[in-house]
Design a binder for this molecule. Structure first.
Ligand SMILES: Nc1ncnc2c1ncn2[C@@H]1O[C@H](COP(=O)(O)OP(=O)(O)O)[C@@H](O)[C@H]1O
Ligand SMILES: [Mg+2]
Length: 362
């Protein structure tokens, strides 16, 4: 391998598959445990009465954390409120996180008609995240720096070279059937980041691809997994593992890192899911007992879809007319199930129980 210089465009980035021993004993062992955790999460998600129920919340969390990896910071409370309230969002970080969530949905939607990961899809995703016309880099000058401002990596330059690497990556993703999908997921993520096809948004697009790939490969039917939770916690390691692949062809530790991410976030996701469903059952039986006229299964689902709700959400789900749902919300607040909060001219209702579970990092 040619000597790598972090300040010179890495046009020699090797094509896939990697020239290294990939199926080592520790990788295979970790693939099994990560795969098992993921399968459990998948089963639990499939058994939910409504598998899409928590998607908005999970995707919002993922969007927030994935953006935070890139130092785009907003608070959960601000995000949830911005999503539910009618007022215009004017905080740029919040806007970007909400766009990220839209991009994730867009990606999943696209897979329904075109079940492949393509460069085109990545362009659509990044455009949605950035809300601009971003496309493949065609001007030189993109570099990656560390927190101290030193250049640590310079991706390949020249559209032809970038396209050649992308064609190879696409082929690897969609045609290689010899490598276990979880290991493949780790490999394709490295390559995507190393090609760094955009001038910005590569980290976030790359992390959306992880979820899309889990869906595509049949590992997670509803890709409701909060992967970036792990990356936030182990961010420096994420960066150093990526670097070690480039500089020393050290694939093993990088792949183990990615597999550990799958295992840990599957386990945590499973626990959180169980907590939310128990809280939901508890709330349902209490409302049934204390406010039998207000209770309905649909109402409970609305209260647990996002931490905040409002009258319009109840109307949209045919719970009742404006007057009826207004009264329901007042009753629910009186009995301590919700807490109202004024945001602009609107009244939002917070489900504190749900918010606490979501905020609990453990
Ligand atoms: N040494 C490296 N080699 C390749 N990719 C890297 C390296 N260090 C970081 N990255 C990736 O680059 C991403 C940041 O790129 P950027 O285009 O700014 O993404 P975003 O706008 O989503 O922040 C990181 O999240 C990571 O995925
Ligand atoms: Mg960036």
């Amino acid at each position: 391998m040619e000597k790598f210089n972090r300040k010179i465009p890495y046009n020699n980035l090797p094509l896939l598959p990697p020239k290294a021993e990939i199926e080592t004993k520790s990788i295979l062992r970790k693939t099994i445990s990560a795969g098992r955790a993921l399968a459990q999460l998948n089963g639990t998600l499939l058994n939910l009465p409504n598998p899409t129920l928590f998607l908005d919340t999970i995707y919002l969390q993922e969007a927030k954390a994935s953006s935070e990896v890139e130092n785009i910071i907003t608070t959960k409370d601000e995000l949830y409120k911005s999503l539910v309230a009618d007022r215009k969002v004017d905080n740029s970080a919040t806007k970007e996180v909400l766009s990220y969530k839209e991009a994730l949905w867009l990606g999943l939607e696209q897979l329904k008609t075109k079940p492949f990961i393509t460069t085109n899809l990545c362009v659509k995703i990044v455009q949605c995240i950035k809300q601009n016309n971003a496309s493949i880099r065609n001007t030189p000058g993109t570099t990656l720096s560390n927190a101290q401002g030193e250049v640590i990596y310079t991706p390949p330059t020249g559209e032809a070279i970038i396209r050649e690497k992308l064609a190879n990556l696409e082929k690897f993703i969609n045609e290689d059937v010899t490598i276990d999908p979880l290991i493949k997921m780790a490999i394709l993520h490295y390559q995507f980041e190393a090609i760094h096809l955009f001038s910005d948004g590569n980290g976030r697009t790359g992390r959306i691809l992880l979820l899309l790939y889990l869906k595509l490969s049949g590992l997670l039917d509803t890709p409701a997994i909060y992967l970036s939770e792990y990356m936030i916690k182990n961010k420096l390691e994420y960066y150093s593992r990526l670097r070690a692949v480039t500089e020393n062809n050290e694939w093993e530790d990088y792949i183990l890192y990615m597999l550990d991410m799958i295992e840990e976030t599957s386990n945590k996701g499973l626990k959180r899911l169980n907590k939310i469903t128990s809280a939901m059952d508890e709330t349902a039986s209490e409302i049934k007992r204390k406010l039998p006229k207000v209770y309905s299964k649909d109402l409970i689902e609305i209260l647990f879809r996002l931490p905040y709700t409002k009258r319009q959400h109840l109307i949209d789900e045919n719970i009742g007319n404006l007057k009826t749902v207004g009264n329901y919300l007042i009753e629910l607040e009186k009995y301590g199930f919700l807490k109202s909060e004024k945001v602009g001219k609107e009244k939002l209702y917070l489900n504190q129980k749900l918010l606490e579970i979501l905020e609990n990092k453990e």
